[in-house]
Write a protein that binds this ligand. Sequence first.
Ligand code: FAD
Length: 384
Amino acid sequence: MIETNTDWQELRIGIKGICKYYPESYWQELDRERKYPTDFVKKLTKEGYLSCLIPEKYGGSGLNMRAASVILEEIHRSGGNGAACHAQMYIMGSLLKHGSDELKDKYLHKIANGTIRLQAFGVTEPSSGTDTLSIKTKAVKNGKKYKINGQKVWTSRAEHSDLILLLARTGKDNHKKRESLSLFLIDMRKHIGKQIFIKPIRTMINHSTTEIFFDNLEIDEDCLIGEEGKGFDYILDGLNAERLLIASECIGDAKYFVDKSIEYGNQREVFNRPIGKNQAIQFPIAKAYSRTLAAELVLIKGCELFDKKKQCGQEANISKLLAAEASWEAAEATMQTFGGFAFSEEYNIERKYRETRLYQIAPVSTNMILAYISHKILGFARSY
Ligand SMILES: Cc1cc2nc3c(=O)[nH]c(=O)nc-3n(C[C@H](O)[C@H](O)[C@H](O)COP(=O)(O)OP(=O)(O)OC[C@H]3O[C@@H](n4cnc5c(N)ncnc54)[C@H](O)[C@@H]3O)c2cc1C
């Protein structure tokens, strides 16, 4: 196995130690049955890895973004998938940064020790898609309560989460105004099957994603995060963390593919010599590896800026873009290296290939990152 970055060595060793007990056969079986990796998530929670971004005063390990990034990278490099639990790391930031002291005291300790799960993030709706400002789910205030009606789609892990961070429209108008969107932290447990209905969506990867319907759900006003009308701003504020962490998963996937290609390319013999002797096998891997390292450098810089509380929009977006492309390039090269055997479930390449394709679409599509770079960094006129 090639060694690239070796920062946070102890953390890497700890995660690798856990991942050994959850080998590729574990992920393969879950994938086949579209099941959630409950044991794996419990173990990560118990060992404190999922609370790495929660400050110590709330029972977390109080580490930084780079540490969180290394955790997800190592999970992916081992052949696993952090999607089952990654949302907790970045969703929690909205509560930590913008939630009231009461909400933080109520939930953060419990999230850190695993008695409450915060894995669901409800933003996307069927008709809004990428255009978040046009969401229709409404939260109407009446006295000290809000009544919520509407529908979300692609809300991943909702069946495996107690809380949901929900973006809804509180303004009276239905226009695309950011000031009419608000963010809520809702305990779903006693409402499931009554005012909250969750319907799983079977997808090409094992992602536990769902549709959620809200039917006259009444919640207390103290479920509101921060101020009414600032929900969209709070979400934007959390996006850099999301992008850096997803870039880390892509880096882990890319390294996984490079490792697999080297091993297989050196060992598989055809025409009485290893296939890895052919430059047609070597060069695509060499290219993907180079792109992976380039993406990783931008990612490390992004994490550094994030941890110093400096502007990191450029690095977060560009690292996500480059890392998603690098992991896809590595996946393609590895498919070719494995030839026919890439299609066999036994080798896991087809599973990881399907999984890593997601990153060019969600969270946040490559197109929208290119639009961000064009508009916000390069100063082109907005295209939408
Ligand atoms: C497996 C999975 C898990 C997900 N998990 C969650 C989750 O937990 N919570 C959540 O809220 N959402 C989640 N999503 C939603 C995801 O973020 C959306 O799929 C994504 O935002 C795109 O929305 P859409 O699929 O409706 O695509 P659309 O908005 O319909 O876009 C379709 C295509 O057109 C492109 N496009 C649209 N407008 C433009 C434009 N102006 N310029 C250039 N290109 C454009 C898009 O980039 C995309 O490629 C998940 C999605 C998937 C597939």
